[in-house]
Write a protein that binds this ligand. Structure first.
Ligand SMILES: Nc1nc2c(ncn2[C@@H]2O[C@H](COP(=O)(O)OP(=O)(O)OP(=O)(O)O)[C@@H](O)[C@H]2O)c(=O)[nH]1
Ligand SMILES: [Mg+2]
Length: 443
C-alpha cells in the first residue's frame, strides 16, 4: 500500500509539503511529471500535472527518496507546493486515482519507519513529543530522547541482563559443563546493579512526565477569596467567571500556561465551604481531588476570619503557597494562626505584589524540574515497564538454589522483555546468539 498526506499544517500558507511513501511512488512521479527523470535526494523544480488530464496543477519542488534510504525505509516522495487548499486537494485527488494509494492515517509514516527498523519506539514517541512541544523545556526533553540517550541506556541494561540470562541458560542446558565458581556471584551482582540503577531512575519525582504533560498547579481555598480572579490574571484573559457571589465556580477550570519555558497546567476550583447544594458539593469534591493531585497548591485566603477546621488544616504545606488576597481591604485583624502560615500578601484588585507570588511559583517550578539524571522517564508506559522489570529482578534475586534456575531464568526473561518493550524490541534469537558467542559450547 502507498500512503500520502499533507505533512505541513492545514490552512493557507506559503508552502505545503505532501509526503508519499510506498511502492507506487515511482509511478506517481512518472505520471505527474510527464515521465521526467529526477535525481534521488535532490530538490528539483518540476511542473506537477493532474494524472488523468495532464493539466498543470502547480509548479514546485519534488524530492525523490528511493528506499531504503528514506524516513520510512520505503520509496518516498515529497511535493513542496504552494500552500493553497485547492493545490493540495488536487494533488491528493490525483494520487488517490492510482491503484493501491490511500490517505495516510495519523502517525502512519512514523509507524512504518518503526516497523522497518528505521527508528525505535522511544524515538517514535519523542518525534510526537517534539511536534507537540509548546515550551523550550519540552523541546529540549524531546530532542534529547530523539538523539537516543535513553534508548542507549535501556538497551545497555537489556544487553547486560541478556548476558546474565545466557549464563543462567547455559547452566540449565548444559548442567555438566563447569562454569567458573564465582559466576553465580557475578550474575547476582550485575543484575542487582541494574536493578538499583532502574530504581534510581524511577525515583525521579516524575520530572520527565511533568515536563511532557505540564506541572500541575491548583488554585484552592474558601469561597469568594479571589481564586478565579487569580486564574484570569495569570492567564491574561477571562477564563473563569468572577463575581461577588460566594460559590460561583463549580467545575474545575484548566488552562495551559508557559511560565519561563516551564509548561504549567493551572486549575481554578470551587470554593470550599459547608454546602447543602448538591452541585456545589460535587464541585467541592472535585476541588479537593485537584488539590491532592496537584504538584503545587496556591491556597488563597482573605483577611477576614478564616476557618481552619477542615481543609486548611489538612493541606500539605510542603506543596503549598499560602496567598493572602484582598490586602486593599486592610490587614489589621489577621489572626496569629494565619500569620504563622507566612502568606504572600497580594491584592488582585490593585494588582499589588503579584510579582512576588509569581516569582515564588517560578522558584518552585525550578526546584521541581532540577534533576541530576541525564535520562528521564517521560511516559507512564515506560514507568510501568521499568517497575515490572525491577519486580522480576527482585524475584530473580530471591532464588538462590541451583534447582531454581529454571524459574530464575524465567524471571530474567521477563525482566529483559519489559526493558525491550520500552524501545519496541523483543527478540529471543538474541539470547541464543549471546550464549554461543560467549561460551563456545559444543567446541
Ligand atoms: N477588594 C478586593 N476584591 C477582590 C480582590 N480580588 C478579587 N476580588 C473580588 O472578590 C470577589 C470574588 O472573586 P472571585 O475571583 O470570583 O473569587 P473565587 O474565590 O473564585 O470565588 P468562588 O468561585 O465563589 O469560590 C469578586 O467580586 C472579585 O472582584 C482583591 O484583591 N480585593
Ligand atoms: Mg471562582
Amino acid at each position: 500500500m502507498t500512503i500520502y498526506a499533507l505533512s505541513t499544517g492545514p490552512g493557507i500558507s506559503g508552502l505545503a509539503v505532501i509526503r508519499v511513501s510506498g511502492p507506487e511512488c515511482k509511478l506517481i512521479l512518472k505520471k505527474m511529471t510527464k515521465n521526467t527523470f529526477i535525481e534521488p535526494r535532490v530538490a528539483t523544480l518540476k511542473k506537477i500535472n493532474k494524472i488523468d488530464t495532464n493539466e498543470l496543477i502547480d509548479e514546485g519542488i519534488i524530492i525523490w527518496f528511493p528506499g531504503p534510504e528514506s524516513y520510512t525505509g520505503e520509496d518516498m516522495l515529497e511535493f513542496h507546493v504552494h500552500g493553497s487548499r485547492a493545490v493540495i486537494e488536487s494533488i491528493h485527488s490525483s494520487i488517490s486515482k492510482i491503484k493501491n494509494c490511500r490517505l495516510a492515517e495519523p502517525g502512519e509514516f512514523t509507524k512504518i519507519a518503526f516497523q522497518n527498523d528505521k527508528i525505535n519506539l522511544l524515538k517514535a514517541e519523542s518525534i510526537a513529543d517534539l511536534i507537540a512541544s509548546e515550551t523550550e523545556i519540552q523541546r529540549q526533553q524531546a530532542i534529547k530522547i530523539m538523539s537516543g540517550k535513553s534508548s542507549d541506556k535501556f538497551n545497555s541494561w537489556r544487553k547486560k541482563l541478556l548476558k546474565v540470562l545466557s549464563n543462567v541458560e547455559a547452566k540449565i542446558d548444559f548442567p555438566d559443563e563447569n562454569l567458573p565458581d564465582n559466576i553465580l556471584k557475578d550474575i547476582k551482582n550485575s543484575s542487582k546493579k541494574i536493578k538499583e540503577q532502574i530504581q534510581k531512575l524511577l525515583n525521579d519525582q516524575k520530572v520527565g512526565e511533568r515536563i511532557r504533560e505540564g506541572f500541575k498547579i491548583a488554585i484552592v481555598g474558601p469561597t469568594n477569596v479571589g481564586k478565579s480572579s487569580l486564574l484570569n490574571y495569570l492567564s491574561k484573559r477571562d477564563v473563569a467567571i468572577v463575581s461577588e457571589i460566594a460559590g460561583t465556580t463549580r467545575d474545575v477550570i484548566e488552562t495551559h500556561l508557559n511560565i519561563d519555558g516551564y509548561p504549567v497546567v493551572i486549575s481554578d476550583t470551587a470554593g470550599i465551604r459547608d454546602s447543602k447544594n448538591e452541585i456545589e458539593k460535587k464541585g467541592i469534591k472535585l476541588a479537593l481531588k485537584s488539590a491532592e493531585d496537584a504538584d503545587l497548591n496556591l491556597v488563597i485566603i482573605e483577611p477576614k476570619s478564616v476557618d481552619f477546621k477542615g481543609f486548611l488544616n489538612n493541606i500539605d504545606s510542603r506543596k503549598a503557597i499560602f496567598v493572602l488576597n484582598k490586602s486593599d481591604l486592610g490587614l489589621k485583624n489577621i489572626s496569629s494562626k494565619l500569620k504563622k502560615l507566612n502568606p504572600i500578601t497580594i491584592s488582585l484588585k490593585n494588582e499589588k505584589n503579584i510579582e512576588e507570588l509569581i516569582s515564588e511559583i517560578k522558584k518552585r517550578l525550578k526546584n521541581k524540574f532540577i534533576t541530576s539524571e541525564d535520562i528521564l522517564i517521560t511516559r507512564e508506559r515506560h514507568r510501568q515497564h521499568l517497575e515490572q522489570c525491577v519486580y522480576h529482578l527482585k524475584n530473580f534475586e530471591d532464588k538462590n538454589k541451583l534447582e531454581h534456575f529454571d524459574k530464575a531464568a524465567e524471571d530474567l526473561r521477563l525482566a529483559t522483555r519489559h526493558l525491550g518493550i520500552i524501545v519496541g524490541k523483543v527478540d529471543t534469537e538474541e539470547i541464543l546468539g549471546s550464549i554461543f558467542n560467549d561460551f563456545c559450547i559444543g567446541k
